[in-house]
Design a protein around this ligand. Structure first.
Ligand SMILES: Cc1cc2nc3c(=O)[nH]c(=O)nc-3n(C[C@H](O)[C@H](O)[C@H](O)COP(=O)(O)OP(=O)(O)OC[C@H]3O[C@@H](n4cnc5c(N)ncnc54)[C@H](O)[C@@H]3O)c2cc1C
Length: 294
């Protein structure tokens, strides 16, 4: 059985204290949220932090609340299971509930947090394509103060983000959805539960007059070094009224934007084909929801 290497462990009560501890220890200290990813990678010897700073005692990091100026704020320590059962999120951002329901298993979802899913920066993260489709913004706090980052500019590479050393995600903000909007997240795994995405596609669009798309966002998981926004597919959707041909063209463009790898789970060509299939289905579902919500 693999064992964890010894490490120091702290449970600060405030964000300021957590940042101070992280600064003091340097890059070998890491924030700990649900631990479903970090502790596994530590056991595997992939990472070996000398100090874990558990964020769970810091008040207010697990809230889901509507902002007075519009939109909703989700604390990074919010468990995926709490996202999944949140009525207010279900009403305004059902695509997030869909993604949450596809992550891991019920027991993983009780521990795993939204901030951990974002902070891990895995190209296969299930919550991230939905957050990109919803135009989420990441709020972080660190030695230089507060920072606000659009989620599609947050990831630098596998396991790497634009966060500075000792910077902690403090909130994930979702702007209000547009009128006549719809979104969907679809995931293909080798089995139904407990599996990372071979491919994941989130699509969001809002309609103006007729079937004219006024805004579109598409994002894909497991198709490149970071979760990718596929802007050329969005351009196809914005170029004219939505119909079956345009849906198919946008799905092809999404696959064209993807650059998946071949690994032991699937080859690149298969993944690309599946991106097109899932993009078409996600777009179709988003279109139907947008029409119904008018
Ligand atoms: C059996 C199993 C199945 C899984 N299935 C899936 C799946 O289907 N889809 C999927 O997307 N993931 C899956 N995962 C991975 C993992 O559960 C998720 O990514 C989860 O959301 C991570 O959240 P966490 O709270 O456990 O993060 P942790 O493990 O605590 O942390 C993950 C990383 O994020 C950093 N971090 C955490 N919080 C913050 C913060 N506030 N600010 C800055 N950095 C932070 C940590 O330092 C660490 O590097 C699975 C894991 C397991 C063990």
């Amino acid at each position: 059985m693999k064992r964890l290497k010894p490490f120091e462990y702290r449970e600060p009560n405030t964000l300021g204290e957590a940042i101070e501890i992280l600064i003091g220890e340097g890059p070998r200290a890491l924030p700990l949220a649900g631990g479903t990813d970090l502790l596994v990678r530590m056991k595997q010897g992939v990472v070996a932090p000398s100090l874990l700073v558990n964020l769970k005692r810091i008040a207010g990091l697990d809230r889901i609340e509507r902002s007075a100026a519009g939109g909703m704020t989700i604390g990074p320590l919010t468990p995926i299971a709490a996202v999944e059962r949140s009525e207010s999120l279900r009403q305004s951002y059902p695509v997030l509930i869909q993604a949450a329901g596809l992550l891991g298993s019920p027991s993983i979802r009780r521990l795993a947090t939204l901030g951990g899913n974002v902070g891990r920066a895995s190209p296969a993260a299930d919550m991230v394509p939905a957050l990109i489709a919803l135009k989420a913004r990441i709020f972080a706090e660190g030695p230089a103060g507060e920072n606000e980052i659009p989620i599609d500019a947050f990831f630098k590479g596998p396991g790497s983000t634009v966060l500075a050393p000792a910077e902690i995600i403090t909130a994930i903000f979702l702007p209000d959805p547009a009128p006549a909007a719809g979104a969907a997240y679809l995931k293909l795994g080798r089995r139904e539960g407990m599996d990372c995405a071979l491919v994941g596609v989130a699509a969001a669009l809002s309609l103006g007059r007729g079937d004219r798309v006024v805004e579109a966002r598409l994002a894909i998981a497991s198709c490149g070094p970071v979760p990718l926004r596929t802007e050329s597919a969005e351009a196809v959707l914005l170029a004219g009224p939505l119909d079956e041909d345009r849906l198919r063209e946008a799905a092809r463009a999404t696959a064209g934007n993807s650059c998946p790898i071949t690994d032991m789970r699937a080859c690149s060509d298969y993944r690309k084909e599946m991106v097109e299939v899932l993009a078409y289905r996600a777009l179709r579902a988003a279109w139907q929801t947008a029409r119904r919500s008018r």
